[in-house]
Design a protein around this ligand. Structure first.
Ligand code: FE
Length: 336
């Protein structure tokens, strides 16, 4: 018995002692370099740990799968609960149980099983024509299916992750039959076939093609700081709709630790640093998003869009409804 114990201990010691690890941490990110770099530099300055970031346009899951246990990646950064849960569902992550993280990230914005957690939120809201939509005319998501909006709404494709998450949230509140009705009602109100991105819908409001659209909050900030697009932004105001029995739909940008993380301790240090109130505020400001740690605040421009009550639902529950939401979108032939 004692022999076996000794042997096991020796094996473990060898396994831990053998690789000489550099003081670094490797990140795979779908997020743009300019959003991450200031934070990574600050982290390196504080800890001496170097952060290597690989920016990917697509294929993160495929790349992690192909690399397997040899993957250099420690952390994955992405937006949208569907992308985070895709990495988790493929078995490519491991749980992180940290009091710092639990204190800094509200429960709705982290995985109950500790595989992912959010750093910032963005609300999916209504952009309404300043000229053609009166204050109070639209207050709920359900209202988007009201025939009074016939021919007045523009959206992107119903199968885009941002739209699927909103449909999943509707499903969470109202069930399948009502959600199919809602999708069909919304489709019947469209001014044109779903096309383009969130900003293209605001451009359509500016051009007079429609009166309301759906989009994420931060695009207002991006348009206002873009010479060509600030006119589009000026033609629309942000309205925070709620579900009739809930709040405003939000999604997250988030992070997860890979299953094979070669620099696990450093990676957890970076995760904990990123959840700190100060880091969240910097990260949120870079993309006009909302920090989520208790006591943190968005930048003044973002605050100027108004206050809202986020829908009280764990985003994992929204992610689980994704296949059903996608199926209903197809049944409604939303994009057709
Ligand atoms: Fe986006």
């Amino acid at each position: 018995m004692s022999f076996i114990r000794t042997a096991t201990f020796a094996t473990l010691t060898t396994a831990i002692a053998a690789p000489v690890l550099a003081d670094e941490v490797n990140v795979y990110s779908y997020r743009q370099p300019e959003l991450l770099q200031p934070l990574m530099d600050a982290f390196t300055e504080q800890t001496g740990i170097k952060v290597n970031v690989a920016f990917l346009n697509k294929g993160m899951v495929e790349r992690l799968k192909a690399e397997g246990a040899r993957s250099p990646a420690d952390l994955v950064f992405t937006v949208d609960i569907s992308r985070l849960s895709a990495v988790v569902n493929e078995g490519l992550t491991q749980p992180v149980v940290s009091e710092t993280i639990t204190d800094n990230v509200p429960a709705d914005y982290r995985d109950p099983d500790h595989h992912w957690f959010g750093l910032t939120t963005r609300a999916r809201i209504v952009y309404a024509s300043v000229e053609r939509v009166q204050p109070g005319e639209i207050t709920t998501y359900e209202d988007l299916a009201d025939p009074k909006w016939k021919g007045r709404i523009c959206t992107r494709s119903g199968t885009h992750p941002y739209m699927v998450a909103l449909t999943s949230a509707h499903l969470h509140h109202h069930g399948e039959a009502a959600t199919l009705d809602w999708l069909q009602g919304l489709k019947a109100n469209l001014a044109r076939k779903p096309q383009g991105n969130d900003r293209a819908q605001v451009k359509a409001i500016w051009a007079g093609e429609c009166d309301i659209s759906l989009g994420n909050t931060y695009y207002m900030g991006k348009m206002l700081t873009n010479d060509e697009q600030k006119e589009w932004a000026a033609s629309a105001k942000i309205v925070f709709p709620t579900f009739e029995d809930g709040g405003t739909h939000v999604n997250i940008s988030g992070v997860a630790l890979t299953k094979s993380a070669p620099n696990k301790d450093n990676a957890i240090k970076l995760m904990e640093y990123l959840t700190s109130p100060a880091a969240q505020e910097i990260y949120a400001a870079a993309n006009f998003e909302y920090p989520i740690a208790p006591g943190t605040q968005a930048v003044d421009l973002v605050k100027s869009w108004g206050d809202f009550e986020a829908d009280a639902v764990n985003l994992m529950d929204i992610a689980k409804l994704r296949p059903a939401a996608l199926r209903l979108t197809e049944v409604a032939d939303y994009d057709g």
